[in-house]
Design a protein around this ligand. Structure first.
Ligand code: GDP
Length: 338
């Protein structure tokens, strides 16, 4: 499908050449094509992604999460500049599950990371919108591949710590960073245990001024709390530190820890093993979504489900039997299809 060109677009080869040269304008336009729901754009997007795939993957992918107000954008601004000073090229992407629900997003409303946005070595792209988290995650994952092919060697994927999106970000990154705040006495509240379990590093943020003492206290409490989690397959024990983006303290340490992590997991093989598993999982996520769409998208199934719902509530049929019945009908029509 080389050189496919729908109306109003360049050819796929032109986008590919632009991306590989690190042309930010063409990179942005290619991402817009990935985000588009037009059928012709979907064909073009597949062609572009497939061609740049061999050039992708050579980055460290870092997930960053924390509740709104924890200081994510301020942190990323300072952290991003630190990375650029280390000679890195940084892409910042976000997954924002609220963007389609509220039509404005938690992450996108404010002018964020202004200084970083003006740097040649940084590329910031707000969250794609979509009907499902799976759809948004797909688009962000593919955007990440294009950014890598364009030469960005640190990818930061940010999400708000309020729902399922952390799992999606964890599933597409190498290192997962959780930003937290110290709170008087309730250090372990507000963030779900499952998210803490995913974290490779916890940063107690806003550790400045009057907050330094509390932050140190919170750090110790979290260090103790993390001991209850079993050792992860990576061989890495999660670290807890404090930081202040405003005072620029603890920022370099975050990168030092990530560098240590990378060395460890590259040497013990976990880095590649984890990426391989993520690729496979990404494929299955898509298959699962497609199967659900196939099933629930069928008019026949829908009619039958309406009928079964009524029968289930009037105890005419047991829920288990009802499920069996509709699956039998589905299997029968599936067999006719194959
Ligand atoms: P986000 O919603 O997680 O992206 O949080 P923001 O980065 O927008 O920060 C929320 C508020 O916390 C803003 O008013 C920031 O100025 C403030 N803030 C961010 N980082 C720090 C920090 O290191 N120290 C202090 N004291 N305040 C901070």
């Amino acid at each position: 499908m080389k050189n496919y060109r729908p109306k109003g677009r360049l050819t796929s080869q032109e986008y590919i050449n632009g991306i590989l040269k690190g042309d930010r304008v063409l990179l942005s336009r290619a991402i817009t094509i990935i985000e588009s729901n037009l059928e012709s754009d979907k064909i073009l997007a597949k062609d572009i992604i497939q061609s740049v795939l061999p050039k992708s993957g050579k980055s460290i992918r870092i997930g960053i999460t924390g509740v709104p107000g924890v200081g994510k954008s301020t942190f990323i601004e300072v952290f991003g500049k630190h990375l650029i000073n280390q000679g890195k090229k940084v892409a910042i992407l976000s997954i924002d599950p609220t963007s389609q629900r509220t039509k404005g997003s938690i992450l996108g409303d404010k002018t964020r990371m202004e200084e970083l946005a003006n740097k040649e070595e940084a590329y910031i792209r707000p969250s794609a919108s979509g009907d499902t988290l799976g759809g948004v995650a797909n688009k962000t994952g593919e955007t990440m591949l294009l950014c890598e092919a364009a030469g960005y060697n640190v990818i930061l994927i940010e999400t708000v710590g309020v729902g399922q999106s952390e799992t999606a970000v964890h599933g597409m990154t190498d290192f997962f960073l959780l930003l937290m705040l110290s709170g008087a006495g309730d250090e372990l509240q507000g963030i779900k245990k499952g998210i803490m379990e995913m974290a490779d590093m916890l940063v107690i943020n806003k550790a400045d001024g009057d907050n330094i003492r509390n932050s140190e206290l919170a750090k110790r409490q979290y260090q103790n709390a993390l001991h209850i989690f079993s050792q992860s397959d990576s061989g890495w024990s999660p670290v807890v530190t404090t930081a202040s983006a405003i005072k620029n303290t603890g920022i370099a340490e975050v990168w030092d820890e990530i560098t240590k992590y990378r060395k460890l997991v590259s040497e013990n093989g976990f880095f590649q093993k984890n990426r391989n598993q993520q690729q496979i999982q990404w494929m299955y996520n898509n298959i699962n979504e497609a199967l659900k769409d196939l099933f629930y998208g069928s008019k026949k199934i829908k009619n039958q489900l309406d009928k079964l719902e009524k029968e289930v509530v009037t105890t005419k049929i047991s829920p288990v039997k009802a499920a069996q019945q509709i699956m039998d009908a589905f299997k029968k029509s599936f067999r006719n299809m194959t």
